[in-house]
Design a binder for this molecule. Sequence first.
Ligand SMILES: Nc1ncnc2c1ncn2[C@@H]1O[C@H](COP(=O)(O)OP(=O)(O)O)[C@@H](O)[C@H]1O
Ligand SMILES: [Mg+2]
Length: 223
Amino acid sequence: MKARSRRERIAAQLADLKMPGALKRLADFDFSFQPSIRREQIDSLHELGFLERQENVVFLGPPGVGKTHLAISLAVTAAESGRRIYFGTLADLIDSLEDAHAAGRLKQRLRTLTHPALLVVDEIGYLSVTPNGAKLFFQLVNARYERASTVLTSNKGFEHWGEILHDEVMAAALLDRLLHRSHIVNIRGNSFRMRRHMELSKAIHPTASRAANAERARKGDES
Ligand SMILES: Nc1ncnc2c1ncn2[C@@H]1O[C@H](COP(=O)(O)OP(=O)(O)O)[C@@H](O)[C@H]1O
Ligand SMILES: [Mg+2]
């Protein structure tokens, strides 16, 4: 009876998260496609010691390399271990903070977002942030600093976070807190989405891709 209600609680929390697409798991991640990732590092993060130590995790890399997948798989693992988690894109989180601010409820909103043992901030760098939004995000990071873990994903290197947040000094202070105790996973590789496109186009045009391969082989032979 008790086990069932715990399972239901976890399922409800996961259903509530508005995470993009299906729930992603570590077991669904193809490490052979992404050789720049150290598998031991990802496996060890999934043991969740970083949550106990209030450390952060930052996934960096170009689009499609699995940043959101791995952030979600960490969040799912944390939820299954009974921790409270929260998932949002940077834009969603800032929207919710701005709404709360306008309604005079910023303190409560910050408290709500500081409470979860794991907060995922997805997609830092895709959409531009207003200066006020950046300040609110800084307050959130500050509130969670050394209290609870944050997992972030970005397609932009840290040197560009000043541009993203429109404030180099604040970005430096934010990175100082985030990176003080953190694990950086820098993914240098090809987009998994493009792999799907390539496989699909091969399946649709098998003769064309065979011809292209033959052509490439012929050219290779000549040189
Ligand atoms: N190495 C991988 N193995 C299996 N699926 C992957 C891998 N990398 C990415 N994917 C899948 O490809 C899609 C794009 O990955 P995603 O994590 O959204 O990329 P990013 O956040 O880096 O842009 C998702 O459906 C994800 O599950
Ligand atoms: Mg992503």
